[in-house]
Design a protein around this ligand. Structure first.
Ligand code: ASP
Length: 324
């Protein structure tokens, strides 16, 4: 019965290799996959933390944008990548919602990844093209209900944050708008600015500069409190749509099987990046804030993903909206 011994020796050798790899990690460039287009809100968050983490880790972190299928394409690539810490994923709430929205996903969000930590939770704002007729959120809701079949709602595909928020908006207003999917809300914003689409719901990390510049119109936030950045903007709740409440949390993942020491090293680096004053300031300017150190940990992200999958499952199932 030499076979089990060979297996045991192999396993020991492999774990030694893993330990040695973890010890001198990182010794080359790291790829951070963002499952949406460059220039969008998830990309903005990723680039902010990647730059600081690069200096701490002493290796460059290159952001790679793999947009498409509401974030599931990029996440799927990372699920299949070598679990060596050189490919990581920065994804948002879509990691949880896609678990139910896609009945035939190529990976299981709950078992295909290891965890690094939570990054930030970003509010959303309901926005429209600059010349959209209604003056306030009450007028917006009436106008959208009356013109549902003529209006377009941009999103970043099924499973994206903008899709989730748009779905909640349409449900709350009982207005089935024509949806226009993009590979990210970076390009979707370009079309909204050009007036090719009418409405979008997106993270403040993508909408703040445009709202301030007056190049789009803002109607309501999806937060419980008004945003300090836009004190005059009502929350959807105070404007009569309490169902429209959602925060877009972001986390960093590695492929399942990544050595725990590597995830821990990345988590420490993430904590340092989030404690950086420049990062806090940049986030505050975009309407968000870094997660505290205790949340930028593998355990906190794992718990968040598990609870969020459980939270959104019944909501999505009762809406009966699926990607397939
Ligand atoms: N904000 C997008 C979403 O709706 C994604 C992006 O382009 O970052 O999920």
């Amino acid at each position: 019965m030499a076979y089990p011994r060979i297996v045991a020796a192999l396993a020991a050798a492999l774990s030694l290799t893993g330990a040695a790899q973890a010890q001198d990690y990182p010794n080359r460039q790291i790829t951070m996959v963002v499952p949406f287009s460059a220039g969008g809100p998830t990309d903005t968050v990723a680039r902010l933390v990647a730059e600081k983490m690069s200096s701490d880790l002493g290796q460059q972190i290159v952001v790679e944008n793999v947009g498409g299928a509401g974030g599931t394409l990029g996440a799927g690539n990372v699920a299949k990548a070598e679990p060596d810490g050189y490919t990581v994923l920065l994804h948002h709430i879509g990691m949880a919602t896609s678990a139910t929205l896609y009945r035939k996903l190529a990976y299981d969000p709950l078992t295909a990844f290891d965890y690094v930590g939570l990054v930030t939770e970003v509010p959303m704002v309901v926005v429209a093209r600059k010349d959209f007729e209604p003056a306030d959120f009450k007028g917006f809701t009436e106008y959208v209900k009356a013109n549902a079949d003529k209006l377009t709602l941009a999103n970043a595909g099924i499973g994206s944050a903008s899709h989730l928020c748009g779905m909640m908006l349409m449900q709350a207003l009982e207005a089935p708008l024509v949806t226009v999917p993009y590979k990210g809300t970076g390009p979707a914003m370009t079309d909204l600015l050009g007036g090719q689409t009418d409405i979008m719901c997106d993270q403040t990390t993508n909408t703040t500069q445009q709202i301030k510049g007056g190049t789009i119109k803002a109607y309501a936030t999806t937060t419980t409190e008004r945003l300090p950045l836009f004190p005059d903007l009502p929350t959807a709740t105070e404007a009569g749509l309490p169902a429209l409440q959602v925060g877009i949390w972001h986390g960093i993942y590695t492929p399942k099987g990544t050595p725990a020491e590597v995830n821990e090293r990345l988590s420490q680096s993430l904590q340092k990046a989030l404690a950086d004053e420049g990062v806090s300031k940049a986030m505050a300017d975009l309407g968000t804030a870094p997660e505290p150190a205790e949340n930028a940990t593998p355990a906190a992200l794992k718990a968040k993903l598990e609870s969020e999958i459980a939270r959104w499952k019944p909501v999505i199932e009762s809406a009966g909206v699926y990607a397939d």
